[in-house]
Design a protein around this ligand. Sequence first.
Ligand code: AMP
Ligand code: MG
Length: 488
Amino acid sequence: MSSLEQLRFDNTYAHLPAGFGARVAPRPFPGARLESVNPAALRLLDLAPEQARRPEFVAAFGGEKPLPGMEPFAMVYAGHQFGVYVPRLGDGRALLLGQVRNAAGESWDLHLKGAGPTPFSRGGDGRAVVRSTIREYLCGEAMHGLGIPTTRGLCILGGDEKVYREEPERGAMLVRLAPTHVRFGTFEYFHHTEQQGHVAALADHVIAAHFPHLSGVEGRHARFYAEVAERTARLMARWQAVGFAHGVMNTDNMSILGLTLDYGPFGFLDDFEPGFICNHSDDRGRYAFDQQPRIALWNLACLGEALLSLLSEDEARATLGAFQPAFSAHFLAAMRDKLGLREARDEDRALVGDLFSRMAEARVDYTRLFRALGRFETSTSAGPSAASALFPDPAAFTPWAEQYRARLRSEGSVDAERRERMDRVNPRYVLRNWLAEAAIRRAEQGDYSEVDRLLEALADPFTERPEFEAYTAPPPSWGRHLVVSCSS
Ligand code: AMP
Ligand code: MG
């Protein structure tokens, strides 16, 4: 374990050739204080928990007194937002403080979100409000707990500065961690400004740090693109399998490492609704839940175009052509795990499809249904299952249950063993919007205890713990269909 002063900061991104962004001093909050800290993220930096309680911690990460080696830097990028190309976006309210290498040899970008205006703020104030900060902080940990690649939240910092949205609100800052914050849109920016040399420099920077097996290899850029597409396909399969809708899959929010990045108006499914739209501003449902894999492919095509100075059109086409089969294979594998199936059979796709139709028809709660399926009994004399009880009309579930029972019996499935396996992939706790909302309402009054409790529950979403029982409930009436806007 290290102390703050022992952290070795560097900022390799800020040392790339001119044109990758701008050095910007963060604007600390008056009265800056620590509101919540994520013990798991501290461990990633080899920091002992008591380090976070030191005033120096807030001063260092809140921008007042940067640590040696930190070089706060706003990254430039562009992106397709709702299908329309926006030539210049960039870190408008976040700064890359630098990278820390931990004892395990991993390098972590530390990014301070809400640090004040930058040359990329486009008139915005560079700040973030408590609500969006908490949502990102909690969801990063929820996704990590689910085993889904994501950025992580290190801590939330508060202060005495008001931020003006529709009305004055409390401001907050999030310190987040990721192996890199490079996005599809970073490549698009250099390509569309005709800086092909920078496209190559960026690709080789990312390859050196994150795809070292491709470093210096002939044809590396085509392979790099193919690996990004493969990671993206895997990420989409994980999102679809767990019932997560990102809400703003613009290319500037797509991580080059296939991480879940930039949590805005995301939502986990409550009732299963394939066309679920979690983003209030998305009237046409471009980013609806069931559109995500298709949009990921569209976004990969934008990335492919941005890489055309480094690879051939045929190579780009081959990668795009491989996406759908890769996604399907990953998704089906994930669904087999969720159903506790050990063998892969041709009829599995139909079995999964039929279950989804019935769930959609009856608007069954997604998370509860899969968890309940772990209690399914293969004995033909078994009574009604916990899963069937989630259907308003249990008879709507019976035909599927019979198929499922026959399928399980034919592979000699053992109830107790299968349940144990299924409980490790079907979460008991997910960050439902209403849970986030309840924690936010208290935090806005200055009480972060519910944020801390939720963080603890979500860090291990598979283990049933009586103290967190309330988190398994479907939303109360006030928490149904909460509208989440982009305003953050
Ligand atoms: P997002 O939708 O949060 O991914 O942000 C899209 C773009 O808007 C990014 O370039 C952000 O940096 C920028 N942005 C969002 N909110 C603000 C803000 N309050 N101040 C300045 N820039 C912002
Ligand atoms: Mg973004």
